[in-house]
Design a protein around this ligand. Structure first.
Ligand SMILES: Cc1cc2nc3c(=O)[nH]c(=O)nc-3n(C[C@H](O)[C@H](O)[C@H](O)COP(=O)(O)OP(=O)(O)OC[C@H]3O[C@@H](n4cnc5c(N)ncnc54)[C@H](O)[C@@H]3O)c2cc1C
Length: 475
């Protein structure tokens, strides 16, 4: 928190930049903005705890205002926490050391579509669904459909290296972003040219993607567009175990087939998610597939994929389960069907690994988390040619707040340790934020020092989102 004099001075100066109606110090605004969708902070608020609050929240309306605010914060050494949609799950927008929360929602313009190059320029505060619906009107899709599409914005997607449900075909946001406008902590505005590929040194664009507000602020992006598919067809297959299901997926991708969706639910998650609606053998896994494209191509890809699944011991379940999942994909997965008592926290850990390690990582993490009494549901949610991700939803319920927070921490510590020990990477799409901040050094190993050096050069006063991504932690 700032001292009264600094707070008052900063408030007055930022008010002059954005206009008095675009800055607030009201307690209710600060409390509402104190958390994102991080389950631990939500549980703590329910338990009556007070979380760190920002000193003020500013709403800049253009890149020049963002630049002036950062220059001022840098001069006064005030922490700045960027806020996108505020739907991150890792505490990325929690203003750990107070200061300014920089809410980008007013940067909400969608530029004209470049039909020839199939690109669109968008400001950081554009909400995912608004962009998707706008480009749909012209026969395009962004291909980026995370479950938080209605809650998160373009800046947040890019800042966290977000992944949509169809990333197997369309890629993650880092594949879709061709160019960026970015404001550095000293207020300078930098742009990277939007080109399909280049050979001019290291890719600076990728340095900013996933930087989670620790290196500066994303204000605009140039994104790729795809033609809306003529056909999207669904197919579901059950397997006696995870191994057979993963083998089938691996073989599908190995042949060069790119389903838009490939999600394998383990026996617990398959039972939880589908047994109320479909009959299939108890203890079996459920694979959901979708294929996008013209009718002929979809038919060929689907037929061959099902053949490969059957050869691995799969049983064809038709389109039902996959189609149902698609139609309900934006429903939130709150545990309404589970009876919970005391202090309950439900959180998710999304990790990624290559095929040679994926199964080992999954079993090791599940065992480590279950050792603390967690109930774990898992699905392999985003699959690629060389491996894929596991999305583990865990539930823990404890009689007291202290034991709940402690158990939650142990589940995370031991779950991530198991992931790293078996050669996985600790996040596929949700980012690091606060949840994974203390594990960043273990995850990055010898390359962590490079990240720290970049941070020290770009942000010598460590004003940008301190405490996140293992950077800028203060005493
Ligand atoms: C129900 C639910 C479902 C979800 N499903 C998915 C999913 O399918 N796939 C997925 O990838 N994620 C998912 N998420 C997580 C989350 O929505 C994403 O990680 C999303 O990318 C965060 O975007 P946001 O705009 O909400 O960011 P915020 O929560 O506002 O911010 C996230 C981080 O990015 C930084 N940041 C935000 N904007 C900027 C900017 N303009 N410049 C610099 N830094 C910035 C913040 O400081 C913070 O560190 C889900 C979350 C929920 C609650």
């Amino acid at each position: 928190m700032l001292d009264n004099k600094t707070r008052a001075k900063a408030f007055k100066r930022i008010g002059k930049i954005v206009g008095a109606e675009h800055i607030t110090m009201h307690e209710t605004d600060k409390i509402l903005n104190a958390i994102d969708a991080w389950p631990l902070s939500q549980a703590k608020i329910r338990a009556g705890e007070i979380l760190p609050l920002a000193d003020m929240i500013a709403f800049p309306g253009n890149v020049a205002e963002v630049s002036q605010i950062l220059a001022l914060a840098n001069e006064m050494k005030i922490p700045v926490t960027p806020v996108g949609g505020g739907a991150g799950t890792c505490g990325g927008t929690v203003p750990v050391y107070g200061g300014i929360q920089l809410d980008l929602k007013r940067l909400n313009k969608i530029g004209e579509i470049d039909h020839e190059s199939m690109l669109v320029k968008v400001q950081a505060g554009v909400v995912g669904i608004d962009l998707e619906e706008e480009v749909n009107r012209f026969g395009y899709t962004t291909g980026h459909t995370p479950t938080s599409l209605r809650a998160s914005n373009v800046g947040g997607f890019i800042a966290t290296r977000s992944g949509g449900s169809m990333s197997s075909l369309y890629g993650k946001i880092e594949d879709m972003t061709l160019g960026l406008e970015f404001v550095l902590p000293d207020g300078s505005i930098v742009t990277t040219k939007a080109v399909p590929r280049h050979s001019v040194g290291p890719d600076l664009l990728q340095l900013f993607i996933g930087s989670e507000g620790t290196l500066g602020v994303i204000t605009e992006a140039t994104l790729r567009l795809f033609i809306l598919p003529e056909e999207r067809h669904f197919r579901s297959v059950t397997f006696p175990d995870v191994h057979c299901g993963l083998e089938a997926i691996r073989k599908i991708f190995r042949e060069g087939i790119l389903p838009s969706v490939a999600r394998l639910y383990d026996p617990e998650d398959a039972a939880y998610s589908f047994s109320m609606h479909f009959d299939f053998e108890e203890g079996h896994c459920m694979l959901l597939l979708a294929f996008d494209g013209d009718k002929k191509k979809v038919k060929i890809d689907e037929t061959r994929s099902v053949e490969l699944c059957i050869a691995e011991g799969g049983s064809d379940q038709g389109e039902g389960p996959a189609k149902r999942w698609w139609e309900h994909r934006y429903d939130m997965y709150y545990p309404t069907r589970l009876k919970t008592e005391g202090y309950t926290i439900v959180d998710t850990i999304d990790i990624v690994a290559t095929y040679d390690r994926l199964e080992k990582v999954y079993y090791a993490m599940k065992e480590a988390m279950e050792a603390h009494g967690a109930f774990v549901l898992s699905h392999f949610s985003h699959m690629y040619q060389n491996g894929g991700s596991v999305y583990m939803i865990f539930f823990t319920s404890q009689p007291s707040a202290e034991s709940a927070w402690e158990t939650y921490k142990r589940i995370w510590d031991d779950g991530v340790a198991a992931c790293l020990r078996e050669g996985g990477t600790m996040s596929h799409q949700h980012g690091v934020g606060l949840t994974r901040s203390t594990y960043t050094e273990d995850e990055l190993g010898s390359s962590f020092k490079v990240l720290k050096m970049i941070k020290e050069v770009l942000d010598p006063n460590s004003i940008m989102n301190p405490g996140k991504l293992g950077l800028g932690v203060r005493e």
